[in-house]
Design a protein around this ligand. Sequence first.
Ligand code: NDP
Ligand code: BG6
Length: 500
Amino acid sequence: MESQILVIFGASGDLAKRKLIPALYELSQQDLLPEKFAVLGVSRSALSDEDFRERMTEFLPESRESSPDIETFLQRLSYFTLQTGEAAEYERLKRHLEELSAATGIPPNTIYYLATPPSLYEVIPRCLNAVRLCHSDEGFRRLIVEKPFGTDLSSAQDLNRNLLSYFREDQIYRIDHYLGKETVQNMLVTRFANGIFEPIWNLNFIHHVEITSAESLGVEGRGGYYDHSGALRDMVQSHLLQLVGLVAMEPPVVVEADAIRNEVLKVFQSLRPITPDQITKHVVRGQYIASTIKGDPVKGYRDEEGVNPLSRTETFVALKFFIDSWRWGGVPFYIRTGKKLPARVAEVVIHFKRPPRHLFQYEENALTNYNQLILRVQPDEGIVLKFGLKVPGPGFRVQTVNMDFHYDDLGNSHLPSAYARLLLDCMQGDATLFARGDAVEEAWKFIQPISDVFASGLDMPIYGYPAGTWGPEEAEGIVDDANWRYPCKNLSNDGTYCEL
Ligand code: NDP
Ligand code: BG6
């Protein structure tokens, strides 16, 4: 891989120390960083190189005193104080980068990572452009942008337009960390590397598709941000629709960034809009209220710091929708996500159609279950196929059993963290697992009408659900002829309750 410099804007913040630096250290431990590689942290706080290194150790697996590897890794880090929002400052940054390049022997291959509040996503590229730091004949220049990619359709379009004024689309890497998860990528392999799944991956065999991303945590100090966002925009517009894209896409012609992303775009273009008059039948939103979990009182969302005490922001949302394509015509997709649910679990469940006739006697629960293929994204990553088996003994009674694979069973193989995988891909110039601008806008076109109804006042109910439960029971009502799966932390077990 080519030698390069990673410039992190907003380096004094939470994302840098919690996700980016640990991911880079992981790459370093796997020997995946280029031999010549430097990280330059940039933000307004006055920090020395040493202060910055010390700050960045907080989420590393060991202390720098106890691990020589960490100390060696930290020597790649340095820091530059910059009034990030002031264009006049960027000549200094340019000079500093030239000096760093000369001192390290790294050619001007540069990745800029925008780990700042989104209000700077237009400002920083403009300032970089003003001092000719966006393009170079001598090396590559790439830009990584963190979500949120806009807060609605028009701001997403503005953001794309602005970014494209300074960088070409092939230089822009919009990071959606769900695409960096190993099991999300494995969806492509499960579908397109096996002869058994793809022939039945369509409306003829699939009854419905269910996608869940549940979190047991609440807003965890991010109340100020979250209260202006909500589950629909925070999770569905980005992570969950990306999962839908991979589950529903057609086979790409080749495994290349644009071939794959073209297919994802077509899925988003085929999403049937949910019109305002259908919304209460297709969408349920909820907000967690105070409860007691394992004997401990848990506060409700409205009591969280930074949250409006009268907030109507949803911490749970469930949707039913359709994809108007030849493959999926008439197959309902159900997705739900929420905070303060009973477990942290994300999974895609393909529910296959039942056999046309029931010949046998079914054990309790077996009849109601369709054959299910469960792709567990986290935790306990793996795959389960659920099917009917004869109960041993007299007669022909059927029970549901599991055939399962757990990534843990692979023994020593390392499951990279999402940020490590995505940073490495960007360093190698592979944009396959990054969201493309047109797809982001298309996803917003689907979300916007729902978001407008949410924002429009009191017409649409928001249901309270006690923290630690699976969301409002009204969510049951949007699923036809089936029930949501209530997954437990362990891939192979499910039921209607969970350990909290
Ligand atoms: P922070 O709020 O911690 O901000 C990062 C840094 O940006 C701050 O340390 C600050 O550094 C600088 N900054 C803040 N306000 C301004 C300003 N007005 N002008 C110039 N610089 C400013 O953000 P996070 O690190 O939590 O997140 C960074 C981005 O990543 C955000 O857009 C967030 O939405 C996104 N994100 C974060 C996740 C996370 O886990 N934290 C997860 C997913 C996305 P200084 O004052 O030194 O300049
Ligand atoms: C982030 C959201 O993008 O994803 C958070 O802003 C959410 O609200 C997080 O908690 C979930 O990510 P993960 O990897 O823990 O499922």
